[in-house]
Structure formats: C-alpha cells, structure tokens
Design a protein around this ligand. Sequence first.
Ligand SMILES: *[C@@H]1O[C@H](CO)[C@@H](O)[C@H](O)[C@H]1NC(C)=O
Length: 131
Amino acid sequence: MPSQGRRGSALVAAVVALAVCLSSVLNFEAAEAKAYSVGGAKGWTYGNYVRWPKGKNFRAGDTLVFKYDAEQYDVVVVTQAQYRTCNAPPNATAYHTGNDRIKLVKGHHFFMCNIFPGHCKAGMRIAVKAM
Ligand SMILES: *[C@@H]1O[C@H](CO)[C@@H](O)[C@H](O)[C@H]1NC(C)=O
C-alpha cells in the first residue's frame, strides 16, 4: 500500500508538471498570436464597427474571426479608398461562410460587408492596422 501511495504521488507530480508545461506553452502562444472576435459577443451584424478596433493592439499573425449570419452578411477585403466610399469591386476577395478566420499580416487591413447596399454605409466596416 505505501508503495502504491508513492507511485500515486509520482503520477500526480507528473500530471502537474505536464499541466504546467502545457499551460506555459498555451500562454506563450496566446502572447504570440491572438484571435479577435469582431464585434465581440454580438459578432458581425448590422451596426457601426468603426470604434471596435480602437485600443486593440493588432499584430501580424493575429486572427480576426468574423461570426455572422451568412444569409445576411459577408466580409469583403477592400482597399482604403473602397473602405471610405463603401464601393467594393466585383473581383474583391469575399468571405461568406459565417465563421471566417482572417489572419493579419503586417500593415493596414480594410473589410466591409457588401452583401446588401447600405450595410457598409451604416458602419459595417472595419479598418485595422497590424504591427
Ligand atoms: C480587380 O481588378 C482590377 C482591374 O483589373 C485590378 O487592378 C485589381 O487589382 C483587382 N483586385 C483584386 C482584389 O483582385
């Protein structure tokens, strides 16, 4: 019995060591790259997103997650000029799964909803800068 107890505590120690190891790996990854759910809990929906990126420090490698009703919304990659005027060209890259993950590279990124006219004008667009 005592030897079983020792084996038991050795196992517990091993599990704890593994857990500490895993959590430091996860923490490290969290510090390296973050996933941002655009719009927070409400996701990507009709509304004004101009202020959403404010105060967030986006970095290259971070991911923007757009969660939305794919029958009503989409996510289109645009240029700054297209973002400003809400005019996406027909050949712009578009996402429409309802759960799109877009990895940021360093620089400016502009996205807008283009499925119905008016969504972008109402503010359903974001501009983010990744460092
Ligand atoms: C769309 O087509 C225009 C004109 O050919 C081109 O300049 C532009 O780079 C294209 N945009 C994309 C996102 O492919």
